[in-house]
Write a protein that binds this ligand. Structure first.
Ligand code: HSE
Length: 329
């Protein structure tokens, strides 16, 4: 039996989801892969906050240094969000011999280059599948595929909260503010929902995908990041009378002659024949156009505790394999 010890930074909706999925999968992982994944320490801001009973309160700490420096911990999972403490903690963990899994898109969009460089310097691994489209394996797909076909366009619905809000506005005539409250109650929105509704969350996810594909910063051309805040019921009704839907769309197009990638983030009116027209609720989708492969579409839940937890734990397994734990895969 091989063993991976985890330090969990953050125990909100996603952190609790990770503990829940780990508990559900513990026996299967042991039986089928000979692997035991044990959470040794959990870092939270407030020890007294009420928590789900899946959380072992004896493992709670408030000091991330204690957990990131613990010699018994192999992998640090960062799901605390934000960028200040998260960046410090992730860099500290890498420099103290831990590999890192993060679901933090803002962190990876802003500091991904530095984090990957430090991981390489210290011989550690950093994985971030859950930071883009939660449970949809788009990072895995871009890393392991498209070596023959050259990507010429990405286009997708990359923010679950915005898609959920627009769907409720279309289907039930809800006002924007009421639909946002519903998305928050379901745990889809970020702690600061402006990130979602102003398009920044979706823009961060696109930047991470462009990093994965190796597009240099100075080849990325775009201007304004658009959100859905100003969309009214009148806009929705106008789209509906034309059999259309308003969706929040992220796109990037490669200009082969110049080598530049033109990106766009904002609401668009989609016609019935658009492959993204039917992607409703909290679902996300991404269409990847390759010059030889044609269009490949991945779709699935783009937010929520369990899909995000599932992607985080897939990354832990990938690291376990890389650490040459003998998995029977
Ligand atoms: N707030 C994000 C969304 C969560 O709604 O898509 C998943 O990244």
């Amino acid at each position: 039996m091989d063993n991976i010890n985890i330090g969990l930074l953050g125990c909100g909706v996603v952190g609790t989801g990770i503990l829940r999925v780990l508990a559900d999968k513990r026996d299967t992982l042991r039986k089928e892969r000979g692997l035991s994944i044990d959470v040794r320490g959990i870092v939270v801001r407030d020890l007294d906050q009420p928590r789900d009973n899946i959380v072992d309160t004896a493992k709670l700490h408030t000091d991330w240094i204690q957990v990131c420096a613990d010699d018994d911990i192999d992998v640090v999972i960062e799901v605390m969000g934000g960028t200040d403490s998260a960046r410090d903690a992730v860099l500290y963990a890498l420099r103290h011999g831990k590999s890192v899994v993060t679901a933090n898109k803002e962190l990876m969009a802003k500091y991904g280059e530095e984090i990957r460089r430090v991981a390489r310097e210290y011989g550690q691994f950093v994985r971030f599948e859950a930071s883009v489209l939660a449970g949809i394996p788009v990072v895995h797909t871009l890393e392991t595929y498209f070596h023959i076909s050259q990507i010429v366009r990405l286009r997708g619905i990359m923010n679950g909260t915005s898609n959920y809000i627009l769907t409720r506005m279309h289907q039930e005539g809800l006002a924007f503010a009421d639909a946002l409250r519903a998305a928050q109650a379901l745990g889809y929105a970020e702690a600061n929902p402006d990130m979602d509704v102003d398009g920044i969350d979706a823009w961060c996810k696109l930047q991470i995908l462009l990093d994965c594909i190796g597009v240099p910063q100075d080849a990325r051309v775009g201007t304004e990041i658009g959100g859905i805040r100003s969309i009214s019921q009148a806009d929705i009704r106008t789209a509906q009378t034309q059999n259309c839907k308003i969706k929040h769309i992220v796109s990037a197009e490669w200009d082969v002659a110049s080598g530049l990638v033109n990106w766009h983030v904002g609401p668009e009116t989609l016609t019935l024949d658009d492959p993204l027209y039917a992607i409703d609720d909290v679902q996300n989708a991404i269409c990847i156009d390759g010059d030889a492969s044609g269009t490949i579409t991945l779709s699935g839940p783009g937010a929520g505790a369990l899909p995000t937890a599932s992607a985080v734990l897939e990354d832990v397994l990938k690291i376990a394999q890389k650490l040459q734990v003998s998995l029977s895969v």
